[in-house]
Write a protein that binds this ligand. Sequence first.
Ligand code: ATP
Length: 262
Amino acid sequence: MAKETNKMPDLHVKLNPDSSIKHVIGIVSGKGGVGKSFVTASLANQMAKMGYRVGILDADITGPSIPKMYGLHGSIKGNDSGMYPAEAENGVKIMSVNLLLQNEEEPVIWRGPILVNVVKQFWSEVVWGDLDYLFVDMPPGTGDVPLTVFQSLPVDGVIIVSSPQELVRMIVTKAYKMAHMMAIPVLGVVENYSYVKCPDCEKKIEVFGQSHIDEIVEDLGTKVLGKMPIRTDYANAADAGTFSGVLNEYVDDALTALVQLS
Ligand SMILES: Nc1ncnc2c1ncn2[C@@H]1O[C@H](COP(=O)(O)OP(=O)(O)OP(=O)(O)O)[C@@H](O)[C@H]1O
């Protein structure tokens, strides 16, 4: 009789043979619209500026916003080795379903198993080349795709993005616990929309109310890696497709955590 074992099966997918990736970082959030893609792209830009070779795997298949932020459209080429990611002006390599669609305004209405396979293919069939950091922009929540990324890719750590709102404790805790259950280290939390600075008097106005993130991270045993204000100049750059020129100055602690992985 076969011996019973408690060991979980290894579901890791093989990386494309023409690629080598030193660190895989998941950017997650418990709920939508908190600025996950914004934080992903901000970290990618800063790391690229520091001289690292950086890519973004857009795993937010049904709500992809990364290509538009960088002004990229349907430019994916392929050959027998695989698909080649698009390259932003600052050298960040990007793979997203929006770059594969003939009409990027067509909605992606795919069931979970198909979404999951696309994410795996973005790992196994994309010729990323040599990268120091691959950022995975996850869909919000704790569904099929985040689960697949955690099980199939060698994720070194996750950064949770949140906003200062009512339900934040529950939402951040869920994202934290999911990573913990998958044995993936949580590098910390970036709070977005923390405040807006009055252009006349420089006063910080907490539009979404007082932040509780410091207490929440302390309870969880993790740390705050940045508090980002609402910045219309950054938002305009994202809308204009010129985000590669944005060097977000509020994520320094996240950059330090990333560099320390090396
Ligand atoms: N700090 C900020 N200042 C100004 N605009 C911001 C900021 N953060 C995010 N935005 C804008 O808010 C919108 C939502 O951000 P983003 O797409 O990054 O959210 P998301 O969490 O990835 O969304 P989804 O859950 O749909 O994937 C975008 O238009 C983005 O440019």
